[in-house]
Design a binder for this molecule. Structure first.
Ligand SMILES: [Cu+2]
Length: 127
C-alpha cells in the first residue's frame, strides 16, 4: 500500500507542477502563429481590435473568450478582407479606414486570411 500511496502523491505533485507551468506559459509574450496570446491591452472593454496593415494582420494570433466581438480595422492603404479559411466569416473588401466585426460564439482555433492577398494569414483562438 505504501508504494502505491507514494506514487499517487508523486503523480499529484507532477500534475500540480504541470498546471502551474501551463499558467505561466499563458503569460509568454512572444507571439507565434497559431499560438494564443493575450488580447491587446488597449481594449479594456474586452473587444479586441486587430489592425490590418500592409500586408499583415496585427497581431497574427489573438486570444479571446467565447462571446467576444472582435473588430478588424484596415489601417493600410490597400483594400483587404478578413476571411475565415472555412467560411465561418467573410468580410467584404475593406477600404482603408473601414472596419469589420465578428462575434465568436464557439470555442476553437480559427485561421483566416485576406482574399486579395492570400499570403496574409492569422488566427483567432477562442477559449
Ligand atoms: Cu490584403
Amino acid at each position: 500500500m505504501r508504494p502505491i500511496a507514494h506514487l499517487s502523491f508523486a503523480a499529484l505533485v507532477a500534475a500540480g507542477v504541470g498546471i502551474l507551468g501551463g499558467c505561466f506559459s499563458e503569460h509568454v509574450q512572444a507571439p507565434a502563429a497559431g499560438q494564443c496570446v493575450a488580447s491587446p491591452d488597449s481594449t479594456p472593454q474586452g473587444s479586441p481590435i486587430i489592425s490590418i496593415v500592409d500586408y499583415s494582420f496585427q497581431p497574427t494570433a489573438t486570444c479571446v473568450d467565447a462571446g467576444t466581438t472582435v473588430t478588424w480595422m484596415n489601417n493600410g492603404t490597400q483594400i483587404h478582407s478578413t476571411t475565415e479559411d472555412q467560411g465561418t466569416w467573410d468580410s467584404p473588401g475593406l477600404n482603408p479606414g473601414s472596419t469589420f466585426t465578428f462575434t465568436f460564439g464557439q470555442t476553437g482555433t480559427f485561421s483566416y486570411h485576406c482574399t486579395p492577398h492570400p499570403f496574409m494569414q492569422a488566427s483567432v483562438v477562442v477559449q
